[in-house]
Design a protein around this ligand. Sequence first.
Ligand code: GYE
Length: 336
Amino acid sequence: MMKSRTLRIALTVAAAAVLAGCSSSAATPQKVYTNKDMTVGFIQTGSESGWRAANTSSFKETAAADGITLKFYDSQNKIENQITAFTGFVQDPAVNVIVLAAVGTTGYDEVLKAAKAANKVVVIEDRRIEADSSLYYTYIGSDFNKEGHKSAAAMCDLLKGKATANIIELGGDQAASASIDRHKGFAEALGDCTTTKMTVLDYQNAPGWDPVQGKQIMEGFLKKYPGKIDGVFGHNDEQAIAGIQATEAAGLKAGTGGVVFVGVDATANGFKYLINGKLGADIECNPLLAPQVFKAALDGLNGVTGQSNWVPSQEGEFFAAQGAAPLQAILDTRKY
Ligand code: GYE
């Protein structure tokens, strides 16, 4: 695979050199970049969840394994920190690639334009942003809207047997495309459930995806809607688990025969709650994106064109109904 790709790039370069005119046979062949030529400025959102920790490890471990220089920046989930770091990487002559995991969806246009003017290859990873795709090389991340649809279908399945059901939605950070799109996808698919009329009773976002605030929000909903909550959709595992903990602390049952829960990410922590049956379904969101991102960045440095501006991740879903032992066997094979 590597050889044919390098060959193709070399052929492109050679053709360009030939076309560049036989005038000067001394034309310097265009550089073919390899991993060791890449210095990547990576702007991470923060460290808000198990998913995020796995995503960060994917970049640090893959860079170390592939001989890529990685300059890692933790934005503490603040957009202003991301803009400052982005500007720093644009001005850093050693950096030739910038990778952004965006806290928000807007406000990046100026730094993207500056990076383009400075010939930095920019790859957006994980979170979609609202910017013209000509301002970055490509985006690699999940279809969060589809995850919302999958969550509604899973909720419908867990609520089978109920004619009507009230649902609470525990959202992630309201600025994040992951939360915005999961919320939209869930709402779009609610009506697809033919066995239960599902209604979202209430919805609130936990700033910065903070599970402590998520638990407080759920405690508030349990007081506001006593005995009326049938299901909870958490925008990530931490929010779903916070909902489970608040529900049990209120003396209610979490899981089959009680309040049912759906989460997103399918991290090891999520699996733990699938295995104990308190989490009914967990929609996978793949954090191990570094190999794809670095490959795209290298293509960008080597002037490969025709790259699609979105490469959606491949993902599954898991259910408590699969049984503790089979789920444990799956968990034992997973990196996060
Ligand atoms: O679901 C959540 C993290 O952007 C897909 O961000 C990611 C989300 C993930 O905080 O756990």
